[in-house]
Write a protein that binds this ligand. Structure first.
Ligand code: MD3
Ligand code: FE
Length: 233
């Protein structure tokens, strides 16, 4: 693990920390696992509530996975494509996420799921909030692999200033505290070649999944609006 190496850590916003290059040394191992995971749970393009298909492909590993449901999005313990359980989260994934969270001050982070996003040239993610998907007080840890992307993030509301950040291979961001509810998105991926991923970018997000029926009354929401990407457009 890159634990002993001195590392540039940048404060991005309240609760958000960028660890430049934190995952670089693990790049090959992470990508090899992404390959084996996608043999069991293939990348797929989810349908958005507006009927269009997302431009990024997605799969999962861990005890649950992020899926399209009848009424939106949610976690499911089986892959709807295969009917089988999601592949287990590799130890190297979990260790990376736990160490990154610790660096940012989140001791005892326990990721249940890693959502794996795959971007080809032109793929983008509209500004959205991941509202209902993580347990209170737990951060989201995100790892960028392959081609660089321009990541955008704003405040708690749709209005307000949006900042842009270029995330390159190995960059790791911990989104905790108030930042977890910030609007964010990714600009269309610029075409390019990366020695490890070719023409693609991968993003891993580690989350301590909040399962339906296990949340407290204060967070319960109508099914129609439940889901971290309910606001994807
Ligand atoms: C800030 N993924 O999967 S990672 C997503 O690059 C998602 O694939 C982007 O947004 C990607 O939902 C961005 C950075 C990220 C992930 C989750 C967050 C930032 C976040 C959750 C809350 C706040
Ligand atoms: Fe998101």
């Amino acid at each position: 693990m890159p634990e002993s190496r001195p590392l540039a850590s940048e404060w991005l916003a309240n609760g958000a920390v960028l660890l430049r290059g934190f995952a670089v040394e693990l790049g090959e191992a992470l990508l090899a696992h992404i390959g084996s995971i996608s043999e069991v749970a293939p990348f797929r393009y989810l349908l958005m509530p507006n009927g269009q298909t997302m431009s990024i492909a997605m799969t999962n590993c861990g005890t649950v996975g992020w899926v399209r449901t009848a009424s939106g999005y949610g976690y499911a313990s089986n892959d709807p494509l295969t009917g089988h359980a999601w592949p287990p989260m590799p130890d190297v994934f979990r260790e990376l996420a736990v160490q990154a969270a610790r660096r940012a001050g989140f001791e005892g982070f326990m990721p249940a799921v890693c959502i794996i996003n795959r971007y080809a040239a032109g793929a983008s993610l509209h500004m959205h909030r991941d509202r209902d998907d993580t347990k209170d007080g737990q951060p989201v840890v995100s790892v960028s692999l392959g081609l660089p992307a321009i990541f955008r993030f704003g405040g708690q509301g749709r209005a307000g200033s949006v900042r842009q950040l270029r995330l390159v291979h190995g960059d790791t961001v911990i989104w905790g505290g108030p930042s977890r509810m910030a609007y964010h998105g990714v600009l269309p991926l610029e075409a390019g070649q990366h020695p490890l991923t070719g023409m693609q970018r991968f993003n891993l997000t580690f989350r301590s999944a909040k399962m339906p029926g296990r949340q407290s009354g204060a967070q319960r929401r109508p099914r129609a609006t439940a889901g971290r990407s309910a606001e994807l457009r």
